[in-house]
Design a protein around this ligand. Structure first.
Ligand SMILES: Nc1ncnc2c1ncn2[C@@H]1O[C@H](COP(=O)(O)OP(=O)(O)O)[C@@H](O)[C@H]1O
Ligand SMILES: [Mg+2]
Length: 400
C-alpha cells in the first residue's frame, strides 16, 4: 500500500513561513497528481487531532487507474454542465490545463447549437443516453470533432444529479469519411463519363446504322413485284421493327445521358422520366415537386435524377405496384426526394434478387447519395410497398 502525507489546511500557517507554505503547496499538488494517476490508495491528513488516514476504496482505485489511462475523454458533470471531474486525456483533447477544465462549464467548450443538442441529454435521467456529435472549442482556438456518449450517474429513480460523459476524438474518423466521400465522388464521375461515351456511341453508330438498314429495306420493298403480298407484308413488319428499335435506342440514349437535365433542369427532367415510366408500364404515378422552384447545384441534380431512374427501374422490374408517388421537398438545410410504391415490398436487410444474388442498384443509389454528402434510406414492408428516401444537405460541401 502506498500512502501520501498531507497537512490539513485547517491549521493556520505561521506568518513569514513563505518557503514552508510553498513546499506544502508543492506537496499537495504532488499528492493530487498521484491520486489522479492512481499511484496512491490512501491519504494521511495531519490535523489538530493528530493524523488521520483516508483510504480509497479498492474498486474506485482500480476504476480511476482505468479512466486515467484510457484514450478517450472521461468527465462527470452536474446537471447544469459544470465539470466535476475530467481525466488528463480530455484536458489534452481540448488543449487546456486540467486545473482550468475542472470546475468550469462544459457548455463553454461548445457552440450554441451544440449546447442546445447536449442540454436535453443532461435532463433525462437515463442510465445510458444516446450519442451526439459536436465540435469542441480547444484552448488554442481550434475545433475538435468529437462524439459524446452520456449516462446518468445517480438516478435513484429521481432526477439525476450528475452525468458521466465519454468523449471520443473523431478527427481521424472524419478524415476517413472525407476520403471515402472524395473517392465515391470520383467513381461516380467516372461512371457518368462512361455513360456519356456509351450514349454517344449508341446514338452516332447504332441509330445511324438502323436508319441505313431502314432505307435499304424501303428500297427492297419498292423492288418487290406488286402482286407479292406476303413479301410486302414482311418488309412492312421489318420496317416497323427497325423503327421501334431506333426508338428504344433513343430512349436508352436519353436515360444514359443526362440530356433533359442539362437542358431543362431537375423538375422537368424528373417529369419526363416519370411520364416515360407511366407510358411504358401503365402504373399510375403522382408527382409533387412544387417545393422546388430554383436550380440546385448540378451535382445534386444529377444524383437525384439518377436515383429516381434507378428507383423507378426497380419498381418496374420487381414491385408489381399499382401506384407510385414521387415527392420532392425542401426541409431545413437539405433537399429530400421520396419515391414510394404500393408493390410487393421486400426485406431491405436481404435485398436478394430472384437468383439469390444481391443486386447493385440499391448500392449504387447509396453511393450516389454519399458522393454529395447525402444519405439514402430504404423502408420496405413485404406485401405493402417500398419507400426510398434521399436526403442531400445544402449547400454541398466543396470537394476535398
Ligand atoms: N421497389 C421494390 N419493390 C420490391 N422489391 C424491390 C424493390 N426495389 C428493390 N427490390 C428488391 O431488392 C433487390 C435488389 O435491388 P437492386 O439492388 O436494385 O438490384 P437488382 O434490381 O439488380 O436486383 C431486387 O432484386 C428486389 O428483390
Ligand atoms: Mg435494380
Amino acid at each position: 500500500m502506498k500512502t501520501t502525507r498531507h497537512q490539513s489546511a485547517s491549521r493556520p500557517a505561521p506568518p513569514g513561513e513563505l518557503a514552508g507554505l510553498r513546499a506544502r503547496l508543492a506537496e499537495a499538488e504532488e499528492a493530487l497528481r498521484a491520486i489522479r494517476g492512481g499511484e496512491v490508495d490512501s491519504v494521511m491528513v495531519a490535523g489538530k487531532e493528530g493524523s488521520q488516514v483516508f483510504t480509497l476504496d479498492g474498486a474506485e482505485h482500480a476504476y480511476r487507474i482505468l479512466i486515467e489511462s484510457m484514450n478517450e475523454g472521461a468527465l462527470t458533470l452536474t446537471a447544469d454542465g459544470m465539470i466535476l471531474y475530467a481525466n488528463q486525456c480530455f484536458a489534452r483533447m481540448v488543449k487546456r490545463p486540467l486545473e482550468q477544465v475542472l470546475g468550469s462549464s462544459f457548455h463553454h467548450l461548445l457552440s450554441a447549437a451544440d449546447q442546445a443538442t447536449l442540454r436535453p441529454l443532461l435532463k433525462r435521467a437515463e442510465p445510458s443516453g444516446p450519442k451526439i456529435q459536436v465540435l469542441l472549442e480547444a484552448g488554442d482556438g481550434s475545433q475538435l470533432p468529437a462524439q459524446i456518449s452520456s449516462c446518468a450517474l445517480a438516478t435513484n429513480g429521481a432526477e439525476s444529479e450528475s452525468f458521466g460523459l465519454v468523449v471520443t476524438d473523431m478527427t481521424e474518423a472524419r478524415h476517413d469519411e472525407e476520403m471515402l466521400r472524395a473517392l465515391t465522388r470520383q467513381v461516380v464521375q467516372v461512371q457518368e463519363a462512361e455513360r456519356g461515351r456509351v450514349a454517344n456511341e449508341l446514338r452516332v453508330n447504332i441509330t445511324q446504322l438502323l436508319y441505313v438498314i431502314l432505307g435499304r429495306c424501303q428500297a427492297l420493298a419498292e423492288k418487290l413485284p406488286a402482286g407479292d403480298g406476303s413479301a410486302c407484308g414482311d418488309t412492312t413488319k421489318i420496317k416497323e421493327m427497325i423503327s421501334r428499335t431506333a426508338e428504344e435506342v433513343e430512349r436508352i440514349w436519353r436515360s444514359l445521358w443526362s440530356h433533359e437535365l442539362d437542358k431543362l433542369g431537375l423538375v422537368p427532367a424528373l417529369e419526363m422520366t416519370n411520364a416515360e415510366f407511366v407510358k411504358r408500364t401503365g402504373v399510375a404515378l403522382q408527382m409533387d415537386c412544387s417545393a422546388l422552384d430554383e436550380r440546385l447545384p448540378a451535382e445534386a441534380e444529377l444524383v437525384l435524377y439518377r436515383i429516381l431512374q434507378k428507383a423507378l427501374n426497380n419498381v418496374e422490374r420487381h414491385a408489381r405496384a399499382r401506384n407510385v408517388t414521387v415527392h420532392l421537398a425542401k426541409p431545413d438545410g437539405c433537399i429530400q426526394l421520396t419515391i414510394k410504391d404500393d408493390g410487393i415490398g421486400f426485406d431491405p436487410d436481404h435485398p436478394a434478387n430472384g437468383k439469390g444474388r444481391q443486386g447493385l442498384g440499391l448500392l449504387r443509389m447509396r453511393e450516389r447519395a454519399a458522393s454529395v454528402g447525402g444519405a439514402l434510406s430504404v423502408k420496405s414492408v413485404p406485401r405493402t410497398g417500398t419507400e426510398i428516401e434521399v436526403l442531400i444537405p445544402l449547400p454541398l460541401k466543396a470537394p476535398q
